[in-house]
Ligand binder design. Structure first.
Ligand code: PGA
Length: 271
């Protein structure tokens, strides 16, 4: 597990964007796993700038989003499909047909939809880089505390704390779904590389539990401890509860010459 601690939210987004650009330059047909929420918005803005400045092209990229509310149609502005179109896809050169957000209507069989989504990821060759945020309760995607660590794309009922955290995005009286379809922990762990972005003191205990806590379904993000190439890019506030934060800073400065020599994606040289 690699833990990179940077000054603030802008530096988190900048480092995340550098990683994505490096991947796209190395593998223009990359398959990316994408996340919604407040945290990745700054990353997406940086990626749009990279595209505008000719530093990255998404023309051959395929994307798979982590999750979507059940019964939320794509044209609903609260849907994660709308979010992705608005915050990223409409502003870069990606082909919409290559962008995937799980979609499950109220009358759809969620198991069939989940299996089809997993099959589509496999058919695309698997995810090269999965971007993640983290919930204040440690969830990744909508894998809420005590979800199976072997889970696949399926329906999850959101916890009260997640509903409360997300209520800021819904106006008074507006319908706020309590059910979501989400990639599972096993699906996420199959990605070749995973990068979790976290900013702010309200994420500090979840980040601590994910990185230093026991591997436990209680903190779903702790499952990343078992991933060979998981990178946390976090700001000082999100790192504030880490016992090993000085070690992580030191390890980073020691690792920098290797990354400068071989790049961040040297494992792709072998595929
Ligand atoms: P946030 O959500 O980026 O809006 O804080 C993260 C998450 O719940 O995964």
């Amino acid at each position: 597990m690699e833990v990179i601690i940077v000054k603030g939210a802008d530096a988190v987004a900048e480092m995340g964007a550098q990683l994505v650009c490096e991947l796209l330059n190395k593998k223009p047909k990359a398959v990316m796993g994408l996340a919604t929420g407040s945290t990745p918005i700054a990353l997406y803005q940086k990626l749009i700038q990279c595209y505008q400045q000719g530093e990255a092209s998404f023309r051959a990229v395929t994307t798979f989003n982590l999750d979507e509310y059940i019964g939320m149609t794509a044209d609903n502005p609260q849907s994660y499909r709308s979010f992705m179109d608005r915050e990223l896809f409409d502003q870069i050169d990606i082909l919409k047909a290559n962008t995937h957000v799980p979609s499950c209507g109220l009358d759809d069989n969620p198991r069939a939809i989940g299996t089809a989504y997993e099959n589509a990821i496999s058919a695309a060759g698997g995810i090269d880089l999965q971007i993640l945020g983290i919930g204040s309760n440690g969830h990744i995607g909508f894998n809420e505390p005590c979800s199976s660590l072997s889970s696949r794309t399926r329906v999850k009922t959101l916890t009260e704390s997640t509903v409360r955290d997300n209520s800021r995005l819904f106006s008074a009286g507006e319908f706020q779904p309590h059910l979501a379809i989400t990639m599972g922990i096993a699906s996420i762990l199959e990605s070749r590389r995973v990068t979790l972005l976290a900013t702010g003191a309200h994420k500090a205990t979840a980040v601590r539990d994910a990185i230093e806590g026991p591997l436990s379904a209680r903190c779903q993000a702790s499952a990343l401890q078992t991933h060979e190439r998981a990178t946390f890019i976090i700001d000082e506030a999100a790192a504030s509860c880490l016992e090993y934060r000085d070690y992580f800073r030191w390890a980073n400065s020691e690792n920098t010459p290797i990354i400068e020599k071989f790049g961040n994606f040297y494992e792709l040289d072998q595929t």
